[in-house]
Write a protein that binds this ligand. Structure first.
Ligand code: ASP
Length: 332
């Protein structure tokens, strides 16, 4: 239950761009898109704020206890994949055939190790399969039937019926597939842990009515997900074809590393200049090696949230947003 929602000042929003000495940081997204009127709808927006806040608190629990980035990213994305509000796991958007094909990826900045899966139909938590590819296989990306066989061998939870991922809402779309409708809500999480390591993860059902085994940016390392301890951890959401063409996640890290831009400047440039609302609708979340955060989007909105703790302070600072406003959800 939400007991309190406080709109923060612009000062607080800009202050997240200049980290002093951050013990740990977590940033999440739940997808970018049009989202007309959602921020103004008190009932619907409260559901999203609460879900984003729950995700942040799940990450906080892991990181505050000294847990490492991948554990936090997996815990957060497992939560999102189980929440029908988002386009990942249960609640994923459907293909033109009215089925579900899920993609996910995870990357660690300390050694550039990465794992990705594409076109999964029966793995309950695609992010766990991506992590298994990273840690238990010599490969970076597995797709389709082979990826599922691997996941099964690894003992991951499988669902027999692909319709497990359906919700009453997606069932409506499947019934009227001719009708244009979309679902935003790819999920992502980037973390700077207490050990100083960066991790990024992303999970999605992809784009509505996708065809022919289409794979978007989310499982593509360098496009939808990237992490490098020398620069940043990045997770993207939006029109995947453009994010692949512009290698968006890697480009943020490259601008930071080679041009010495701040994470905020690098991320803003890519989202607002390199991409634009007509060609490359979407956004990203990023945290750099010092704990600075960026969360730009060029779409109508982006579900997003951040949480961090300064060294030597017992308090955590956090906020969530859908459109321009950032709110804090908390107990009285
Ligand atoms: N980027 C995802 C894809 O293209 C979709 C999204 O983020 O909404 O598959």
């Amino acid at each position: 239950m939400l007991k309190q929602m406080i709109a923060l000042t612009a000062l607080m929003v800009s202050s997240i761009a200049f980290a002093q000495d951050r013990e740990y940081v977590i940033v999440v997204h739940g997808g970018a898109g049009a989202m007309a009127g959602l921020e103004e709808d008190p009932v619907k927006s409260a559901q999203y704020y609460a879900a984003l806040d729950s995700a942040l608190m799940i990450g906080d629990k892991v990181l505050s206890a000294g847990g490492e980035g991948p554990e936090a990213v997996m815990a957060v994305i497992n939560y999102f994949e189980g929440n029908p509000l988002f386009n990942a796991g249960i609640g994923a958007t459907c293909t033109a055939e009215g089925t579900f094909e899920l993609d996910a990826s995870i990357m660690e900045g300390k050694d550039l190790s990465a794992g990705a899966v594409a076109g999964l139909k029966h793995v309950k938590h695609p992010i766990n399969a991506a992590y298994a590819v990273k840690t238990k296989s010599p490969h970076v990306m597995l797709s389709g039937a082979g990826a599922e066989e691997f996941a099964k061998e690894q003992g991951l939870e499988m669902v027999e019926d692909n319709m497990y991922f359906a919700t009453p809402k997606t069932m409506e779309w499947i019934e009227k597939l001719k009708q244009e409708s979309k679902k935003n809500g790819t999920v992502g999480c980037v973390v700077l842990d207490k050990q100083g390591n960066l991790t990024a993860g992303t999970s999605t059902g992809g784009m509505f009515k996708k065809r022919w085994g289409r794979i978007g940016d989310s499982p593509v390392i360098g496009a939808g997900t990237y992490a490098d301890n020398n620069s940043c951890a990045v997770s993207c959401t939006g029109h995947g074809e453009y994010f692949i063409r512009h290698a968006v996640a890697f480009d943020v890290c490259a601008r930071y590393k080679y041009l010495k831009e701040s994470v905020e400047k690098a991320a803003d440039y890519i989202i607002h200049t390199e991409l634009n609302t007509n060609a490359g609708n979407g956004g990203l979340i990023a945290v750099d090696k010092l704990g600075n955060i960026a969360m730009p989007y060029n779409s109508g909105g982006m579900f997003r949230g951040f949480l961090y703790k300064e060294k030597g302070s017992p308090e955590i600072k956090k906020g969530c947003g859908i459109g321009k406003k950032i709110v804090v959800v908390g107990e009285k």
